[in-house]
Design a protein around this ligand. Sequence first.
Ligand SMILES: Cc1cc2nc3c(=O)[nH]c(=O)nc-3n(C[C@H](O)[C@H](O)[C@H](O)COP(=O)(O)O)c2cc1C
Length: 365
Amino acid sequence: MQSSPHSLSPHLSSPLTAGSLAAKNRVWMAPLTRCRAPGGVPTQLNATYYSQRASAGVIVSEATNISQEATGYPDTGSIYTQAHIDGWKLVTDAVHKAGGTIVCQLWHVGRVSHPDYHDGALPVAPSALNVGGESRTPDGGRKQRVTPRALELSEMPRVIADYVHAAKSAIAAGFDGVEIHGANTYLLDQFLRTGSNIRTDRYGGSVENRSRLLFEALDAVCAAIGPARTGLRLSPSGETSTHRDANPRETFTYVVERLNAYNLAYLHLLRYWGDDPATKSREIPLRVFRNIYRGTLVANGKFTLDEAEQWVARGDADAVAFGELFISNPDLPARIAQGVALTPPDRTTYYTSGPHGYTDYPAKT
Ligand SMILES: Cc1cc2nc3c(=O)[nH]c(=O)nc-3n(C[C@H](O)[C@H](O)[C@H](O)COP(=O)(O)O)c2cc1C
């Protein structure tokens, strides 16, 4: 979609350069786990799904496992073997042929995984603290989460090397860049927060120490593929009852300030999008970070179309990512620009298998 004087959303419809990513508009597709890549290897079905959504300014892929250790949900995409690379090539080729731009979200779930993904071994985490609740197991069932084991100091270089290997594999698979997943209760977010990180070595305690793994992974990935192809996702207000930080405003202010030195392709920030009023009341407005961060900022979290247009018009964000709306509206940017009615998503098909609820939502523009 090109910027057009007749567009109902002139700001969202305008192009944006984010590092080396040339986004044709500011309606980005948020990362969406869909559990439709058996064995972690994408197929033609996934290629069809992503290419249908190639009109997004940038597609951020579903969260993609950087190693077996990183894995914690059934049939999620992975990016560390040649088979994964070959599978993702189907996707990136199809997206590029349709004129799109796509980055790979690099994922390590840390403590929310389950021994069933690791031949009975414990999942890894900053500290041996059970987040509680249930994991979805490889066979699609559910089991109680276990207390993970704390990563040894000697293992940190391996975890960082896994991020680098996955980033290089993503580039080999034809992705235009990567987004490091530092949000939503997963490994890097677990390190950041005092509720999940009670280490006493140089990866725990002060905010400088709690953010060490994030910055070491970022340094290594940027050195490997370049900062202009590297994005980062954070969820400063993404707390749950068992995933907390004593002072998230201080933690994330520190992290975002340091990110200014990186010249990343973009920083992708989630506002609180759940429905817990107590968490909502503690939300840190994204404006706090906008005032600190000097690079390209992508906002996400249950944005309405009008709100997104206003945010970009005011400069509160450079682009807005949409998740659920992209599931059911593959041609979302054109629908926004032309005022075509949106199709509501069917939540019962989010994590199922096959084309239903995945590739069978028609374009209407
Ligand atoms: C089905 C589904 C899968 C999701 N998978 C991911 C994911 O893989 N990685 C991620 O960072 N966020 C994931 N999210 C969060 C979305 O990217 C987004 O932050 C959230 O849905 C709020 O934005 P929205 O209201 O525009 O959908 C997921 C959300 C949904 C509904």
